[in-house]
Ligand binder design. Structure first.
Ligand SMILES: *[C@@H]1O[C@H](CO)[C@@H](O)[C@H](O)[C@H]1NC(C)=O
Ligand SMILES: *[C@@H]1O[C@H](CO)[C@@H](O)[C@H](O)[C@H]1NC(C)=O
Ligand SMILES: [Ca+2]
Length: 306
């Protein structure tokens, strides 16, 4: 169809991201063609008189401040680090209104892949190679798991030196989830789901102590835990094994066997609508880490499969 691009996102400088094997990829797709009611689409350059674009506004999703505003339809990154990952929009203002193009800029994109924990061990796990930049007063964790285990197992283990169960999502039996913050937990009873994966999110807010829990996008009754506690940022995060000391102390009878995917963490409480977006890997707001930006290291017998 030969549709011209509205805006252009250029990575001029690339350096030092997570791991050498995880080279940043350029924008994953050409943005959708903006619809302005013009049969020929939108001309590519601001100088084009046919449509006379007055202004281009670049924004990053989750951030209120405009990134760049003016006559240029090109956003250039002269240097690049993980703080730049995310979804960008470019809004062109024309006499008829506005047109918006969206760009995804993610590394380590695992969408449509799962980690397979193939058998019970005491040393197979996935290490999440990113952690919060500062201590947390609010957070949400989401993930999807698929297992036929009936024994207790760990899904998400976030340990600090001071507290091995700083954040822990644990399933003691098929009809129960336990959510720990700072070593204390609340329990959520769930129906047993045969032959189905389960998507869960859990959030916590320190000032109110409110804990929320969602199963497959449905909110459960709120509970309370650890008012005014502060979650430490110096953490080791593991999937598939439960830490009893910082970075270790694993126990085979609590290990996970099966599939884990769609793992996200935010430094705030999510709404039910935002939980729904995470279920479909379209996270908003921008997470601390997520399935579209998941720096990880596999230890032992775990396989990443499409
Ligand atoms: C990443 O880049 C931003 C903006 O260019 C800069 O402010 C920030 O300090 C950088 N962070 C790191 C960890 O290098
Ligand atoms: C945590 O959440 C509470 C309640 O929504 C909010 O008032 C507070 O500013 C948040 N704190 C941080 C550090 O995000
Ligand atoms: Ca533990």
């Amino acid at each position: 169809m030969g549709t011209p691009r509205l805006c252009l996102l250029v990575l001029a400088g690339l350096f030092g991201l997570a791991a050498p094997e995880s080279a940043p990829r350029p924008p994953a797709h050409v943005p959708p063609t903006p619809q302005l009611g013009h049969p020929q689409g939108v001309p590519p350059h601001p100088g084009d008189t046919q449509l006379s674009v007055k202004e281009f506004l670049w924004q990053k999703e989750g951030s209120r401040d405009p990134l760049q505003k003016g006559q240029s339809n090109v956003l250039i990154f002269n240097s690049f680090n993980k703080s730049h990952l995310g979804t960008y929009t470019c809004t062109a203002t024309v006499p008829l209104g506005t047109a918006v193009a969206t760009y995804d800029l993610w590394i380590d994109d695992l969408v449509n892949q799962v980690f397979v924990f193939r058998r019970e061990t005491k040393d197979s796990y996935v290490l999440v190679r990113v952690k919060p930049e500062q201590p947390l007063l609010n957070f949400t964790v989401c993930l999807r798991s698929y297992t036929d285990l009936t024994r207790p197992h760990s899904l998400f283990s976030y340990a600090t030196k001071a507290q091995d169960n700083e954040i822990l999502l644990f399933k003691p039996k098929p009809t129960e989830y336990r959510f720990y913050v700072g070593g204390k937990f609340v329990t959520f009873r769930v129906p047993e789901s045969f032959s189905k994966s389960e998507h869960v999110c859990a959030s916590w807010e320190s000032p109110s102590s409110i804990v929320r829990f969602w199963l497959n996008g449905t909110p459960w009754p709120r509970k309370g835990l650890q008012k005014d506690y502060v979650v430490g940022a110096e953490a080791v995060i593991t999937l598939g094994q439960e830490q009893d000391v910082f970075g270790g102390g694993f126990d085979a009878p609590q290990s996970f066997v099966g599939e884990i995917s769609d793992v996200y963490m935010w430094d705030r409480e999510l709404t039910t609508r935002e939980v729904g977006a995470a279920m479909y890997n379209s996270p908003s707001p921008a997470p601390i880490f997520g399935w579209r930006n998941f720096p990880y290291k596999i230890h032992g017998e775990v396989y990443l499969k499409g």
